[in-house]
Design a protein around this ligand. Structure first.
Ligand code: C5P
Length: 247
């Protein structure tokens, strides 16, 4: 899945634009204005349920790295089949819930690696969701999970690494603590990013792009600061410039 190697852009852009649109045509309209050297794209449940895999195929064909954010969580066989199908689509990154357990994550890893080899392409990054950031400590207690959200998140991140997953989704606020206790090269994918001066929207813990990178984030998931900007291309360029990426 080679991206063009150009002095005008990165072959490994750090920003992942979250295409959270009810109407897939709006998502594709924005994607059409973006450059795959400057960002990856995230497709989530809403668009996938409405439009299926076609928009993903279109983005992959345009040279975009696509993060398929469907957070699989089911019995190992079902998750493995879903991960194999996502790999066949040519996505660059996909995710599962670590709460599905080691057997489920092992099955996902095996399916992704085997399918990528069959397709003759590099395996996509397989990452885990640990504790949903919408869950507070009281919700964790309600689920009869011992410890607090941060401790449980670290436990699930370690379990993900033991199952040879490539990384986790986490808050960049937590990134330094996670970085310290996870293998070198384990990817930290961080939402909740807000450039200085922008609104928090419904995000509880926000952090600037610069701070997130300084904290050890590998990839920044950015939605509304780009998708709702009057000039999304310029908003992305400003974020890329702020983290030293080609804009
Ligand atoms: O618009 P905003 O930048 O807040 O979008 C962040 C994106 O990251 C959304 O697609 C949201 O669903 C996703 N996300 C998140 N927090 C998590 C996991 C995913 O905000 N813990």
């Amino acid at each position: 899945m080679g991206l063009p190697d150009s002095p005008l852009g990165s072959t490994n852009p750090r920003v992942i634009v979250a295409l959270d649109f009810a109407n897939p045509m709006h998502a594709l309209g924005l994607a059409d204005r973006l450059d795959p050297r400057h960002c990856a794209l995230k497709v989530g449940k809403e668009m996938f349920v409405v439009a299926g895999p076609e928009p993903v195929r279109w983005m992959v064909a345009r040279g975009f790295r696509v993060f398929l954010d469907l957070k699989f969580h089911d019995i190992p066989h079902t998750v493995a089949q879903a991960c194999a199908a996502a790999t066949r689509l040519g996505v660059w990154m996909l995710n599962v819930h670590a709460a599905g357990g080691s057997a489920m994550m092992d099955a996902a890893r095996e399916a992704v690696d085997r399918t990528a080899a069959e397709c003759g392409r590099p395996a996509p990054l397989l990452i885990a969701v640990t504790v949903l950031t919408s869950l507070a400590d009281a919700d964790i207690r309600e689920l009869h999970i011992s410890g607090d959200a941060a401790g449980h998140s670290l436990h699930l991140a370690r379990l993900s690494a033991a199952s040879r997953l490539d990384g986790v989704v986490c808050s960049a606020v937590e990134a330094p603590a996670l970085r310290a206790s996870l293998p070198v090269g384990f990817k930290l994918v961080t939402p909740g990013i807000r450039p200085a001066g922008s609104t928090a929207d419904d995000q509880a813990r926000i952090i600037t792009p610069e701070r997130a990178i300084a904290n050890g984030a590998d990839y920044l998931v950015v939605g509304r600061p780009i998708t709702q900007a009057s000039d999304p291309v310029a908003a992305l360029a400003r974020i890329n410039a702020s983290i030293g990426e080609a804009a």
